[in-house]
Design a binder for this molecule. Structure first.
Ligand code: NAD
Length: 291
């Protein structure tokens, strides 16, 4: 059983928000940090809305909902992360930004056993850990990939990725925490995209090529894959849900990490990102979510 008492979540977006929510429901105190104040406000409202809905639907008692919300604090102050015993980073999928955050975490966290986890979809854990080690030598043994899936409260998997220097005990503690949060942990090795996105992203990218080349309309591409492969959701809608910017970042990491241009994002995907059509989170991606 995991004994984590206080978790710091860095990044209050769709993933960080979901992770904070299930941690609080599991009885863990959570501080959510984000560099952008509007993200913290949106995250607060989303927690209130989703937990209230769980009560309405009879999936949770009102007292548990109130207790979970009371466990979460939202902070724009980095130093509020200092006394957490578990940090999980869920900011933009950019290796430079993540390296900066891990370097700061290494010197900020005061508990010498605190775990520094990343929810990266594709970036090398060993590379992220190296940044922490430069800031504070020895920290890399406590850096690990803890990869949740969207929407976090619903999806069962946590893909655990051990970096080259991650301690085995940290892997075991991560699996125990995932189980405490109601998830099933499965481990993968530290290669770009791990298992999930190495297999998923080429399929999503191919759906964008099919759309760009006029093979079918978006609804038909998704409908064919849903009905033909028994997927719960078509690849274009799934990409919208993940975030088109996140998909493009992951594909670039795969192309670099696996040294193969075939993983590069389809030009249409890049164009949608350039236009600010990032998917569900901005109201518009391939599909429109504003109505
Ligand atoms: P998002 O765009 O919804 O949220 C990112 C958040 O990070 C934003 O609130 C932003 O304000 C904040 N942020 C950016 N730079 C920051 C910084 N320097 N310091 C503090 N906060 C900062 O993205 P998301 O979908 O939540 O993805 C976050 C991470 O989770 C990425 O690494 C992504 O690859 C990974 N991930 C995403 C999914 C998915 O389906 N979207 C699934 C698994 C993992």
């Amino acid at each position: 059983m995991s004994d984590v008492k206080k978790m710091g979540v860095i990044g209050a977006g769709q993933m960080g928000g979901g992770i904070a929510q299930i941690a609080a429901v599991a009885g863990i105190d959570v501080v959510v940090f984000d560099a952008h104040a509007p993200a913290l406000e949106k995250c607060t409202k989303t927690h209130q809305k989703l937990l209230a809905r769980a009560v309405e639907k009879g999936r949770m008692e009102q007292s548990d909902c109130d207790a979970a919300l009371a466990r979460i604090t939202y902070s724009p102050k980095w130093d509020d992360l200092a006394n957490v015993d578990w940090a999980i980073e869920a900011v933009v999928e950019d290796a430079t930004v993540k390296a900066e955050i891990f370097s700061k975490l290494a010197t900020t966290l005061t508990n010498p056993n605190a775990v520094l986890a990343t929810n990266t979809s594709s970036i090398s854990i060993t590379q992220i850990a190296a940044a922490a080690d430069v800031a504070k030598p020895g920290t890399s043994s406590r850096v690990i990939g803890m990869h949740f899936f969207f929407p976090v409260p619903v999806m069962k998997l946590v893909e655990i990725i051990k970096g080259l220097q991650t301690d085995d005990a940290v892997v075991a503690r991560t699996a125990a925490l995932a189980e405490r949060m109601g998830k099933t942990p499965l481990t993968a090795n530290d290669r770009a995209g791990f298992v999930s996105n190495r297999v998923l992203m080429p399929m999503l990218n191919e759906a964008f090529y099919a759309l760009m080349e006029g093979v079918a309309e978006p609804e038909a591409i998704d409908g064919i894959m849903k009905l033909g492969c028994n997927f719960p959701m078509g690849p274009l809608r799934l990409a919208d849900f993940i975030g088109l910017d996140t998909c493009a970042h992951i594909m670039d990491v795969l192309a670099e990490g696996l040294n193969a241009d075939r993983y590069r994002p389809c030009p249409l995907l890049r164009q949608l990102v350039a236009a600010g059509r990032l998917g569900n989170k901005t109201g518009h991606g391939v599909f429109d979510y504003t109505t």
